[in-house]
Design a protein around this ligand. Structure first.
Ligand code: AMP
Length: 145
C-alpha cells in the first residue's frame, strides 16, 4: 500500500513520476497529494537540508529534541517501516549508511548518536512518511520514554 488516504490501492497501481508517485499508467495521470516530507524534499516547504542524493533527503528537525536532531527520509513516500517492501531493501540500507555519515559530519562520531524510527501510534509516529531521527549532542536515556 502507498499510504494514508489511498485505501484499497496497491503499490502496483502506481508509477513513479519524477520525485513522487502517481496512480495510472502514464506520466500524464493525476498526481497524488504529496506528504509533508515530499514537499520539503521538493523545496515547497522551507527547511534546513543538510544532505540529499537521489534516494534520500536529510534536514534539521523543526522541533529538536537534542542539540543535533536531523531527519533522514526516503524520497519515495513509504508510509512507515512496517509498510516497506522487499523492493525497498536498498533504500532502507542506504538510510542507515547515510545516517552514520551525517552523524559524523555533525561531529557525533566520538560522542555517539541514536537513530529512532517511530512506527505507529504507540511509538508516537506523527508524519506518515518513513523517517529516521538522528539524535545526538547529549547523553541519551535508556530505556527510552
Ligand atoms: P515522528 O513523531 O517520528 O513522526 O516525527 C516527526 C518529526 O517531524 C517530529 O520530530 C517533528 O518535529 C518533525 N517535523 C514536523 N514538521 C516538520 C518540518 N516542517 N520540518 C522539519 N521537521 C518537521
Amino acid at each position: 500500500m502507498i499510504g494514508a488516504g489511498h485505501a484499497g490501492r496497491l503499490e502496483s497501481d502506481y508509477i513513479e513520476c519524477s520525485a513522487h508517485w502517481c496512480l495510472g499508467q502514464t506520466k500524464t495521470t493525476m498526481l497524488m497529494e504529496k506528504t509533508l516530507f515530499e514537499k520539503i524534499a521538493d523545496r515547497e516547504i522551507p527547511s534546513d537540508i543538510v544532505y540529499e542524493d537521489e534516494l534520500v533527503v536529510a534536514f534539521k528537525d523543526i522541533d529538536p529534541k537534542a542539540p543535533v536532531h536531523i531527519l533522514i527520509v526516503p524520497r519515495k513516500p513509504i508510509p512507515r517501516l512496517a509498510e516497506a517492501e522487499p523492493v525497498d531493501h536498498s533504500v532502507l540500507g542506504h538510510i542507515l549508511l547515510k545516517a552514520a555519515e551525517i552523524a559524523k559530519t555533525q561531529g557525533l562520531e566520538d560522542s555517539g548518536f541514536r537513530l529512532v524510527i517511530n512506527n505507529g501510534p504507540n511509538a508516537g509516529e506523527a508524519v506518515p512518511h518513513l523517517h529516521c531521527h538522528i539524535l545526538g549532542g547529549r547523553e541519551m536515556q535508556w530505556p527510552p520514554g
